[in-house]
Write a protein that binds this ligand. Structure first.
Ligand SMILES: Cc1cc2nc3c(=O)[nH]c(=O)nc-3n(C[C@H](O)[C@H](O)[C@H](O)COP(=O)(O)O)c2cc1C
Length: 397
């Protein structure tokens, strides 16, 4: 957590003293704290106590010439990784919900582009009032994380929901929010297939293709960077396993399918592997020899369809199934037909008639889904992977 910064807004509630303990916990964890105290908040705790515990100056005044010169309110609102409001009074919630900005705290909340976490605290009737519940819904709709309030005896002598969550609970929510930043796929499992398959004819000969696995491995790496648990089922490649990825080596399409099924359940499956459509009907136990009878005839049988199998409706279907289409003609038409035939959610189509794509470091793809087609510009496979991983993250969000 060290290196992270929280902007802590302390509102004017009786529970403001708990913000001091929260500040202590954050600092103990190495999180920097920039405190902002509302005028009402300053009736309950002093700027001096807050500054001492935060080891930073407490700001209170929107129109302070000194503070604005040192760090303006816009900069202040953006310098932190997370904005925390504790206690969030009914007044602060209402102002933030409606975009009012008449003091430093509310102006900061309106100017920030960072995630916001609020820990409400107020009298039970204030909490249950339709106006506060309306503010709550608006704030949740704006993506604000709400921690608490707890239920129990209150300073005002009443009992019910409205108590500020304990500082430890708020601290844990802050730690979780900071840990989750930049890792939108944390807690998700994504299955990725990559590389070619290798279909044996005899102990030394195989039917395979030119797939290098580079695009699939780059996607596995990009998904892992966004926090996903990634299972990579791969045909033979010369590539190193990306950091944090759980790799399962297979050779044939049949092995690839059973490794994929064993990896389920998954939140998403991204099928990049170039799976051989066919395999030799007979696998000879000994090496085939040249002879007077001439070359052998090889009959092919169809391999299982991994993408269609994973896309089939059922309890274990990943929420998002993405297939790749390697085409050498009518890229868009063939890819759209594949989307419909396989039952997957997106097809990433690339034209492999260009010698640069298979085995190369760049790719130019179409992203096809029921709603339309996106044409992505030619880019490094790592860049295509990052863009696709971000798209997967927003689809699963
Ligand atoms: C003794 C006392 C305790 C208060 N406690 C709370 C409280 O816990 N929650 C709340 O929303 N308002 C509480 N208020 C009312 C707020 O202080 C008041 O609405 C104020 O305008 C809030 O300003 P702020 O949101 O800018 O901090 C209390 C007021 C007093 C006098």
């Amino acid at each position: 957590m060290s290196g992270k910064r929280v902007l802590l807004i302390v509102g004017g509630g009786i529970a403001a003293y708990k913000a001091l303990e929260l500040t202590r916990l954050l600092r103990k964890a190495g999180i920097a704290v920039s405190p902002v105290l509302t005028a009402a908040g300053a009736q309950f705790v002093t700027p001096l106590s807050l500054s001492a515990l935060a080891e930073d100056q407490t700001r209170t005044d929107l129109f302070s010439l000194d503070d604005e010169a040192e760090m303006g309110h816009i900069e202040l609102s953006r310098a932190a990784d997370l904005v925390v409001v504790a206690p969030a009074t009914a007044d602060l919630m209402a102002k933030a919900a409606h975009g009012l900005a008449d003091d430093l705290a509310s102006t900061t909340l309106l100017a920030t582009d960072k995630p916001v976490l609020m820990a409400p605290a107020m009298n039970v009737r204030m909490w249950l009032h339709p106006a506060t519940q309306r503010s709550l819904r608006l704030l949740q709709g704006d993506g604000v994380t709400i921690v608490g309030p707890d239920e129990g005896p209150m300073a005002c002598g009443e009992f019910g929901p409205g108590r500020l969550a304990e500082p430890e609970q708020i601290f844990e929510a802050v730690a979780a929010a900071l840990a989750g930043q930049g890792r939108p796929l944390a807690g998700r499992h994504v299955l990725v297939t990559a590389g070619p398959t290798l279909e044996p004819l005899d102990p030394v000969r195989v039917l395979t293709n030119r797939s290098s696995g580079k695009q699939g491995y780059a996607i596995a790496a990009a998904l892992a960077e966004l926090g996903a648990r990634v299972t990579l089922v791969t045909g033979p490649t010369a590539l190193a396993t990306p950091a944090g990825v759980d790799r399962h080596n297979v050779e044939t399409a049949v092995q690839m399918l059973s490794a994929c099924q064993a990896a389920l359940p998954a939140d998403a499956a991204v099928c990049v592997a170039a799976v051989s459509d066919w395999r030799p009907d007979t696998v000879f136990g000994v090496k085939l020899k040249k002879g007077p009878e001439g070359p052998p005839s090889v009959r092919l049988v169809e391999n299982p369809d991994i993408l269609a199998t994973l896309s089939a409706r059922g309890l274990t279907r990943p929420r998002l199934v993405v297939g790749f289409a390697a085409e050498t003609s009518d890229l868009e038409g063939n890819a759209k037909a594949k989307l419909a035939r396989k039952g997957c959610d997106w097809i990433i189509a690339n034209d492999v008639s260009e010698s640069e794509v298979m085995g190369g470091d760049n790719n130019e793809v179409l992203v096809i889904e029921a709603g339309g087609v996106e044409r992505w510009p030619r880019a490094a496979k790592a860049e295509v992977a990052r863009r696709l991983a971000a798209r997967v993250a927003s689809a699963l969000a």
